[in-house]
Design a binder for this molecule. Sequence first.
Ligand code: C5P
Length: 242
Amino acid sequence: MTHPSPVICVDGPSGAGKGTLSQHLAKAFGWHLLDSGALYRVVGFACRCQAIALEDSDAVADIARTLDVTFRPADAGVRVWVAGEDVTSGIRTEEGGRDASTVAALPAVRKALLLRQQELARPPGLVADGRDMGTVVFPDAPLKIFLTASDQARAERRFHQLQGMGESVSLARLLTDIQERDARDQSRTVSPLVPAEDAIVIDSTMLSAGEVLQAVCELAVSRELLSDASELRLDPADASGQ
Ligand code: C5P
């Protein structure tokens, strides 16, 4: 293996399938997982709980710097704990996504979270899911994926995901939310959502989750991120997932 502590970056817009791909990749490789969106969501959530205005850059950055947040691996990805409380379901709402995207536009907040994210790159490797993993947080990563899909496909996936979590939502509203969040993420001055120059762009509109996973595993093996492809622990259920 050429990299002692390699990172695979998975960036892209909301609902493109980054979370599913990253979880399956981390499992298949036996690597750590960084869900950077959860960090921004937790910051937004903590601000709401403490009645801090999301636009108050100094106060929000203070939360980002000092927040006692832990990620614990679980069957479906990671569970997020803040100061000893499991906040996973509280941060995974649509409102949580909007708040995250508001605080994520503040340069002081991004700066406060940068080192916290970089410290998670540890052996045997890290799968980093986000918007600026390949452009800002891990610019030297040996494999960068930019996963995208049509607006409609992303809204439909999110619709089914939220329904599964018991949240009642309208598809039309989700589509508008996704488009607004994309516009905010793409137009902000710091770390806007853009593919890194050396990213491989994958459009998942017509692909199953299993097909995307298979393609990325092949890329990782061809870049020698594993010394032996037989180290891959591909679960047939993940590899055929929709
Ligand atoms: O990925 P997720 O939907 O959880 O991200 C929530 C929001 O957090 C995104 O819409 C984006 O504004 C912000 N974010 C970011 N940079 C990251 C990850 C997420 O700006 N690396």
